[in-house]
Structure formats: structure tokens, C-alpha cells
Design a protein around this ligand. Structure first.
Ligand code: AMP
Length: 277
């Protein structure tokens, strides 16, 4: 496995990789959710490129950029074991050279849900993804359903700005107790980690209710409100039942939809979602 830290190195290693190329961008501190995306890329492409970059542009001023967990040596070992061919581990200047000022604006889709709680977040995501796409020039890029709105925003970015790249969404990887794997789970104390089960538990209950025929979005959101409300350590930031493509809130689930929620547990903010098809 080759490791590139500069744009020049990346171009050199990338230039000799056989196509098609699958690309898995990450912020590191890897877990099986990231590695599952790398495995998906491995089976469908001749080459796999990963990246590890904690992108300052997608963090708000009061968010955890400085504290975001990092373990690059372990990450590189895991990526090599997964059969990744090339990893780009840029420093900030490789992505944002001195005087950098051009950014991608994603429009209203980036202002709701996660974007409402995290102003500027999706502009930061779209900007770094566009830069990485231009540098890596992959055939396909892999993103996790765990970040459902990010998947919608990236698909729109690719369509709107005509990137010749196929976006593949991998399923959310969970712990045995249902909690979605996240690099931020390390922030949770043991009692908070147990409280975190409320997110996926509430989504399972929504799924059951939907499978039983419930289509009223107010009722489905109410299930999440009640279950998060019953968990004393958890505070609901938002719950949404929205059109899976536009993210417009629904009154009735009469088309493919995504139920998503964000919850604060102590100092940690967790998200999860479930597709209703
Ligand atoms: P991050 O390092 O958090 O930026 O995540 C990098 C990629 O891994 C993104 O496409 C995420 O959606 C994806 N990812 C994160 N957690 C999971 C998970 N539990 N299951 C599947 N994909 C995930």
C-alpha cells in the first residue's frame, strides 16, 4: 500500500493505478463502518484509494475539530489489511493552499436537519469532497448511509457539477446492541454508551410501526420523541421524516423516505437514520 501526503505524491501513485478506481474518503479513526466501505470498493474496482483528512471546513467554531480522535498509524494498518492500494493523508496545506478562498455552496438542502444545527457544515463537506474528487479522479466513490444527508448532498454535488463519478452508498454498520459505529462513540462514558441505544431502538420501533401500516409522519416522529424523551441522559436535537431525495418533510410516507434523528448525550452529538421504502 502506498501512502501519499502531498498532491505531487498522490498524482504520481494515482497515475499508475489500474482503473476502475474506488475511493473511500474518511476523517480517520477508522472502524468497521469505514472498512466495510473499503471492502465494497475492493470487490467492484481494480484499485482502491482511501483518504484520511479531518476537514476543518466542515466543523463549526464550537465543534470538536481539535479534539476529533486521531490514530493514523492504526488507520493505515487497517486500510492495508483491507486491501487498499493507496491512501492520501494530506496535511491542511495540501488541500487548502495559502490564500484558498473558493468554496462549493450546496443550497437549501444543506441548511436543514444537520445543516440547521451545524451551519456551514455541508458547504465544508461539499468543498473538500470536490477537491478530493478532482485530485483522486475515481471511477466510484463510497459513502455510508449512516450520514444520510451527506449522501444526498454528495449525490446532488456530483449531478449539479457534472463529476463523472458514480456514488455508492454502503449500509450502516452497527454494534451488536444496535448502536451505529461512529468515531465519536469514544467520547461516551459507559452509562452514556448504554443510553445511546435509544437512537437505534427508536428507529426500530418506527420501522415496526411503518411495517404495520402506519404512514402518518407525525405519529412516526412521535415514536422517536417518546423513546428519546424516556432516556434521561439523551436530549433530542431533531427528528425528521423526509423525502429520501429532496429531504422535504413529509406529512404522510407515500414515497421513499428517510427517518433521521440527532441526539445529544452529555457532550456528544450522535445521529442515526432508517430508510422507509
Ligand atoms: P467519517 O470518517 O465520519 O467522515 O466517515 C467516513 C465515511 O464512513 C462516510 O461516508 C460515513 O458515512 C461512513 N461511515 C461512518 N460511520 C459508518 C457506519 N457506522 N456504517 C457505515 N458507514 C459509516
Amino acid at each position: 500500500m502506498n501512502v501519499a501526503t502531498t498532491v505531487a505524491e498522490l498524482r504520481r501513485f494515482r497515475g499508475v493505478l489500474p482503473e476502475p478506481i474506488g475511493f473511500v474518503p474518511t476523517m480517520g479513526y477508522l472502524h468497521d463502518g469505514h472498512l466495510a466501505l473499503a471492502r465494497l470498493a475492493r470487490v467492484a474496482n481494480r484499485s482502491v484509494v482511501g483518504s484520511i483528512f479531518v476537514n476543518p471546513l466542515q466543523f463549526g467554531p464550537r465543534e470538536d475539530f481539535a479534539a476529533y480522535p486521531r490514530d493514523p498509524e492504526r488507520d493505515l494498518r487497517l486500510l492495508e489489511e483491507t486491501g487498499v492500494d493507496l491512501v492520501f493523508v494530506p496535511d491542511g496545506a495540501a488541500i487548502y493552499p495559502a490564500g484558498f478562498s473558493s468554496t462549493v455552496a450546496v443550497g437549501p438542502i444543506g441548511e436543514r436537519l444537520e445543516g440547521a444545527s451545524r451551519p456551514g457544515h455541508f458547504g465544508g463537506v461539499a468543498t473538500v469532497v470536490a477537491i478530493l474528487f478532482n485530485l483522486v479522479q475515481p471511477t466510484r466513490a463510497y459513502f455510508g448511509q449512516k450520514d444520510a444527508q451527506q449522501c444526498v448532498v454528495v449525490k446532488k454535488l456530483v449531478r449539479d457539477l457534472a463529476f463523472p463519478i458514480e456514488i455508492v452508498v454502503g449500509p450502516t454498520v452497527r454494534e451488536p446492541d444496535g448502536v451505529a459505529l461512529s468515531s465519536r462513540n469514544v467520547y461516551l462514558s459507559s452509562t452514556e454508551r448504554i443510553a445511546a441505544r435509544a437512537l437505534s431502538a427508536s428507529l426500530r420501533k418506527v420501522r415496526q410501526s411503518y411495517d404495520g401500516g402506519e404512514r402518518d409522519a407525525v405519529v412516526l416522529r412521535g415514536i422517536v420523541r417518546a423513546m428519546i424523551g424516556a432516556e434521561s441522559l439523551a436530549e433530542l436535537d431533531y427528528v425528521s421524516v423526509a423525502d429520501a431525495v429532496t429531504l422535504d418533510e413529509l406529512t404522510s410516507v407515500d414515497r421513499p423516505a428517510v427517518v433521521s434523528l440527532a441526539v445529544r448525550i452529555g457532550r456528544t452529538r450522535l445521529i442515526d437514520n432508517e430508510n422507509l421504502l
